[in-house]
Design a protein around this ligand. Structure first.
Ligand SMILES: Cc1cc2nc3c(=O)[nH]c(=O)nc-3n(C[C@H](O)[C@H](O)[C@H](O)COP(=O)(O)OP(=O)(O)OC[C@H]3O[C@@H](n4cnc5c(N)ncnc54)[C@H](O)[C@@H]3O)c2cc1C
Length: 380
């Protein structure tokens, strides 16, 4: 067992850290206020290979492993979790889904553009009445011979307004239940496809979240991913890897808040000494550091399982559950260590606290992770 990162991994982490410090940090507060993320930054992330981190270079990707993906996600998330969710969805839901289960034609047509950042992708599973219970799909895709006719509503879709390609899950045969669900590739601009207004959110405000509407959208047969009825399995397999990305995002939010709190505690004085010298503050830092290290071990283990070809359903669920709880708990503590300054935007920790909350909700709430983990425990 070797807990050291390789030279290559250290270089990748440093490149992501440098990018986050020089490109993401300067206007992160303005982006949070305005709820926007400029296209130039997406392009820069694409140029660095961050939009197709694990994709085979023959499809335009960077060909890196899941450990590298986690390192990049952590560094981006320390500074801007809105940037990192865009990276996570594009990488582990859209690119992975197409690379693992798409046809060669689908890979050439879509993956090559998504992996370089030339195009952006979205993953559309959630609906107004199908969140945690993703089998209750109301969106339908009815087989019309040479095409499917898609109708329905998807909500909470990350990259919803700015994507070029959308992986949409829909019910084809209601009689077959979850075995009658399929996944389709939808292109922006297809007739009958409408994008609703942007959500006004508590956190990850720079990310682009929309409701999508499909009214009699004609979807070519060749845009179905996998065999007929594979859609639910496709969504679950893809989300399993997505959870590694969100776990790494939570880890980054927690460690970003910790680093700020540590620095502040060595600068701010109260009762004639730096507040770090008060044991109540020093113990908070000790708890933060210990919990973050524990979360990091789980996140790295999940990434390592993926790289080894092991099943990672359980390890990704455990990593997400733990890292998101650590992010929520310790961003609150980071605000506390900053006192009144923690409550204003300039010091960044209030944003990290707001951003932390979503990691307990999307790609399966913490309760859903416990269902996955408990089923695994009881099966063994
Ligand atoms: C900012 C943001 C971005 C998102 N991005 C995407 C995206 O890109 N694509 C996408 O498809 N979705 C996306 N989502 C949707 C997200 O995945 C869902 O919100 C999430 O899965 C929860 O579903 P829900 O909101 O319907 O809550 P519900 O399923 O209604 O859950 C409500 C509460 O009940 C609990 N609960 C439900 N069932 C059980 C159970 N069996 N046992 C115990 N507790 C239970 C839940 O844990 C939760 O606490 C996003 C959401 C947000 C807010």
């Amino acid at each position: 067992m070797d807990f050291n990162l390789s030279e290559e991994h250290l270089m990748i982490r440093d490149a992501a850290r440098e990018f986050a410090q020089t490109e993401l940090l300067p206007e992160v507060i303005e982006r949070d206020n305005k709820q926007e993320f400029p296209q130039e930054l997406v392009k820069k992330m694409g140029d660095l290979g961050f939009m197709g981190i694990m994709v085979d270079p023959k499809y335009g990707g960077s060909g890196m492993d899941a450990v590298s993906y986690v390192l990049i996600m952590e560094e981006l998330s320390k500074i801007d979790a809105s940037a990192s969710v865009m990276v996570s969805v594009n990488n582990s839901l859209v690119c992975y889904g197409l690379e693992a289960f798409g046809t060669e034609e689908q890979k050439q047509k879509y993956l090559t553009k998504l992996a370089t950042g030339e195009s952006i992708g979205a993953f559309c599973l959630s609906e107004p009445e199908a969140g945690s219970d993703a089998t209750s799909q109301k969106t339908t895709a009815i087989d019309q011979g040479d095409h499917y006719l898609l109708n329905g509503t998807k909500n909470w879709i990350t990259n919803g307004g700015r994507s070029d390609f959308y992986l949409v899950i829909a019910q084809t045969d209601k009689e077959k239940g979850h075995r009658g669900i399929n996944a389709f590739i939808i292109e922006k601009g297809m007739e009958g496809f409408h994008i609703g207004p942007k959500e006004d959110k508590l956190g990850i405000r720079g990310s682009d979240t929309h409701t999508l509407q499909f009214n009699d959208v004609k979807v070519p047969k060749e845009n179905r991913i996998g065999d007929d009825g594979f859609g639910f399995k496709f969504a679950m397999k893809t989300l399993s890897g997505g959870r590694i990305g969100i776990a790494a995002q939570a880890l980054g939010i927690a460690s970003g808040a910790y680093e700020l709190a540590l620095k502040y505690s060595k600068e701010r004085k109260a009762f004639g000494t730096e507040i770090a010298n008060h044991q109540a503050i020093a113990f908070k830092l000790a708890d933060m550091y210990t919990d973050i290290e524990a979360a990091r071990m789980l996140v790295m283990k999940a990434a390592w399982d993926k790289d080894q070809g092991n099943n990672y359903d359980m390890s990704s669920a455990m990593a997400k559950l733990k890292a998101s709880d650590v992010a929520m708990k310790h961003t609150v503590e980071a605000v506390q260590i900053h006192g009144g300054n923690g409550f204003v935007k300039e010091y960044h920790v209030e944003r990290l606290m707001r951003d932390a909350k979503i990691t307990q909700i999307y790609e399966g709430t913490s309760e859903i992770q416990k269902i996955v983990i408990s089923r695994g425990v009881l099966r063994d």
